[in-house]
Design a protein around this ligand. Structure first.
Ligand code: 4AZ
Length: 277
């Protein structure tokens, strides 16, 4: 997160880290005692390097492989970003359920992600003050344009562009407040409109655009939550998906719209997930 603030310890008890070979690389959200929601691109690897932009008419693009589940180890209940944190529960992933329509392609140097979500299944964890799930919203529900969405993660805290590949990671979980911008404003924003060609299939149904005032998500925040607090609790609204660099003025970033995928989540999780009571 660029331009965010530190969370207090265990303020966001559904926030999960994905690690590979002991290294943190993505965020995720606990939605039940044995399921995490993350970005599809956090569990996919490209077959021939960065995938090229597909042809104008296309079906599903199968240009990636799904990681072997056991290569991904979840760190649940964490706050400080270091390996020896005492109360972190580690769980190897046992099953990866990547959305069947997930795909990725390179467009003018930007990795465009579609249907960017995956479910991770693992041996159940015990809930505690430090480990609790986030609620899912009703299928197809919307938040209003202008709604403030909290985005959190252990991702890079400095501006990343193609010319500045250095990453600096924070010591603790960070959060920031971003605003949902109207989809039509996002699609027609001069900085990113090239990625919203009709053929790419983005709509207000499958993505949400968020933008901050000198703050943004960044590398490593992918897969993590954008959430909204209501009287019934925190709801997972969005997943960090893609953008053009980080924190460039007037560059909205693109997030998976969770409420479009509730039926996918329901039908692929066995003991359900959390809805408000
Ligand atoms: C990334 O590389 C990434 N500012 C995530 C989010 C954004 C850009 C890049 C959006 O994981």
């Amino acid at each position: 997160i660029v331009g965010g603030v530190k969370t207090v310890s265990h303020e966001l008890p559904w926030m999960v880290r994905l690690t590979k070979l002991g290294n943190f690389y993505c965020g995720g959200s606990l939605i039940a005692d044995r399921y995490v929601v993350t970005a599809g691109h956090c569990v996919a690897s490209y077959i021939d390097g960065a995938p090229a932009e597909p042809a104008a008419t296309r079906g599903p693009v199968r240009n990636y492989k799904v990681l072997s589940p056991e290569k991904v180890v979840l760190e649940i209940g964490g706050y400080k970003l270091k390996k020896d944190e005492r109360d972190v529960i580690k769980r190897p992933v046992e099953r990866i359920i990547l959305h069947p329509d997930y795909d990725v392609f390179l467009s003018d140097g930007v990795l465009i992600q579609r249907n960017d979500l995956a479910l991770l299944e693992f041996q159940p964890v015990e809930f505690s003050e430090k480990i609790l799930p986030i609620c899912l919203p009703p299928q197809d529900s919307d938040i209003r344009d202008g709604t403030i969405v909290m985005v959190s993660g252990w991702g890079s805290t400095n501006q990343e562009t193609l010319s500045n590949p250095q990453t600096s990671l924070p010591k603790v979980l960070m959060k920031t407040a971003l605003k949902k911008i109207p989809f039509d404003d996002c699609r027609s924003n001069e900085n990113i409109e090239q990625f919203f060609k009709p053929v790419n299939g983005f709509s207000s149904l499958n993505v949400i655009c968020l933008m901050g005032d000198d703050t943004d998500s960044c590398r490593g925040d992918s897969g993590g939550p954008g959430s909204v607090l209501t009287a019934q609790g925190h709801f997972l609204i969005a997943i960090v998906s893609w953008g053009v660099g980080c924190n460039q003025p007037d560059f909205p970033a693109v997030y998976t719209r969770i409420s479009n995928y509730i039926e996918f989540i329901r039908s692929n999780t066995q003991d359900g997930y959390f809805l408000p009571s």
